[in-house]
Write a protein that binds this ligand. Sequence first.
Ligand code: ZN
Length: 383
Amino acid sequence: MGTSVRLEIRNNMQTANLILGGLEGKRFPVDISVSQSCLEIQSPDGCEKHPLPQEVQLFPSTCRYLQHVSGEGLHVRLKAHVDYKADTTPTVKQILKREEKYTFYCQSCGAVLIQQQQFARVLPLPSENWSSLVEEWCCHPDPFANRRCFPKVNDCFLGDTFFLVNKANLSDPPGETNEMSAVPHPVDANVSKSKENTKVVCKRCKAMLGESVSSDTIKYYFTEVMIQPSCHAYTMISRNQFVESLIVQLLLEFSHQKSTFRFCVQGQNSKHYLLLWLLNADTVLVESTSTGRSNSYFFSGNATSGSSQTLVAQNVARLLYMQCIDKSHTEFVNKWINETGAHSLTFPSSTCLELILLLSLNNAALPHSLRSMNDWQVAYLKM
Ligand SMILES: [Zn+2]
């Protein structure tokens, strides 16, 4: 059995945490040598070489921690240099502002929602705190209270996790159902009537895409719609890969814009699903493709050859999460939401559950000692 390599590098601090697993399966003595560009494991079974990716260099002389953790392998801490920057994918907001025609698809099945569209105006909606700000700063009542912003034809208004378009821009106005009202709803004064209005589902696969917010306005969630240049052929991305990259994008965007690293994920029914805490986004993860995250295939859809021992580097965001659907941490959750300034992110409930599953599988694929911090679970999301 081959050795598994997991090298986690904090780019800003230039420190690395190396875990060599699978050593137990070897006949002893096992001789491990670490050089600047290669890891070598010598045993009576043979010699294994793991050349590091070009962008990564280790400094073996700086090793200041060495411990064998039973069931996981050898943990080594040392200095590293990494010169790796993944191409950043443009955000939905950046894409929509480009002068190019885009086609909008249902992410789940590829059905076309909006054909060859270039919006005349792409504008951000006022933030959720806008009205309370106005109330604090103005000596007169908020003149915009009870007035909602709806897009005209060829307008696109951007919210935190959704965009609004005029129904006239849709290639085939989506079917509306009253399924929402069939789902029992806790009576909650905060849930306005508008939240209970009809949801918009994909005509082909019935995935929930958004809501109809007025007679001629549709709200689509970023997590449910794929936007691609009309001049390119449609390319399918696995659902998990899409959700993973989109969530990371949103977390990074908000942490830059609003300097908040704490988030609360809630469903469109205002139910809380997850607390997220973005720890850092400067981590580069180097793993052996055949033995690394056992669920990588599930997330990325990239089938990798079982015999390959190539080490691959990728930028990841490291975050803590706590699911709160089972109400086991109610007091803590309330405190987190009300007192820490956590930013709320709203998605369809089914997507919130997908996100919990994605994080849980990601967490389960980590070495045991890295899986939790206090009451929080740890996950690494690919950028
Ligand atoms: Zn669909």
